[in-house]
Design a protein around this ligand. Structure first.
Ligand code: PEP
Length: 248
């Protein structure tokens, strides 16, 4: 809504083979995509350069993680500067799978966000509550705490896109209702106005993520504070094209 450019990200997670990644890219390259939708795909790190080489120039490529330090002696990690050097423009940070499986704290996610922005990358910054937290009625506190750690380190949110992903909706087939999504997106926007700036509140894209499919995307996309999607499972399928084209 409000003149913000619609944004659709595809998070492949740890899925795919060389063959499958090539096929997905070929399908995207052949597709007719609605104009003025910003599309970013995030294959596993191993396939980033392959994707960058093969994907049409109007689709950008994102990593799914970085380390907040380096280049240097950090075995197994990739530094923000290295992504930038390799022509990768985006990185997903704070995904709930990284927070829960790898124990990433709000502060660590914030530190990585700062490192990414300092290196000239753009960031898809994820936040979201667990089912227990939603049932306790603390959804807003949780997401503003997660985003607040970033606001403590970063004043300029121009190159941040926020992805609201309720943990209970990720990969579960349980999509948030349009009302639940809109309500939390509006809370995040209100928080941005107070904690970052009125300009950030107006300009920052807030994506919804969690079991988005071609069947529910159009209805969600109509909500005034839903500015796009972060798509997991469905981003590996031709349905991803229909999701992109469900932009209002
Ligand atoms: C995600 O991984 O960011 C996600 C939203 O996954 P899914 O669409 O599969 O629920």
């Amino acid at each position: 809504g409000a003149g913000r450019r619609f944004f659709v990200g595809g998070n492949f997670k740890s899925n795919g083979t060389v063959e499958q990644i090539k096929n997905i890219i070929e399908t995207l390259n052949k597709a007719t995509l609605k104009e003025n939708v910003e599309v970013v795909i995030a294959p596993p790190a191993l396939y980033l350069l392959l994707a960058r080489e093969l994907i049409r120039p109007d689709i950008k490529v994102a990593a799914q993680n970085i380390f907040d330090k380096g280049p240097g002696a950090y075995t197994g990690e990739i530094a923000a500067q290295q992504l930038k050097d390799a022509g990768i423009d985006w990185v997903i940070l704070g995904h709930s799978e990284r927070r829960s499986i790898f124990g990433e704290s709000d502060q660590f996610v914030a530190s990585k966000t700062k490192a990414a922005l300092d290196a000239g990358l753009s960031v898809i910054l994820c936040c979201g509550e667990s089912l227990e937290e939603r049932e306790k009625g603390i959804t807003t506190q949780v997401v503003t705490r997660q985003l607040g750690a970033v606001a403590d380190l970063v004043q300029d949110w121009t190159n941040i896109v926020v992805a609201y992903e309720p943990v209970w909706a990720i990969g579960t087939g349980k999509v948030a209702t349009t009302e639940q999504a809109q309500e939390t997106h509006a809370e995040i926007r209100k928080w941005l106005e107070a904690a970052v700036s009125p300009e950030a509140a107006v300009k920052t894209r807030i994506l919804y993520g969690g079991s988005v499919t071609e069947k529910n995307s159009a209805e969600l996309a109509k909500q005034p504070d839903v500015d796009g999607f972060l798509v997991g499972g469905a981003s590996l399928k031709p349905a991803f094209i229909d999701i992109i084209n469900s932009a209002p």
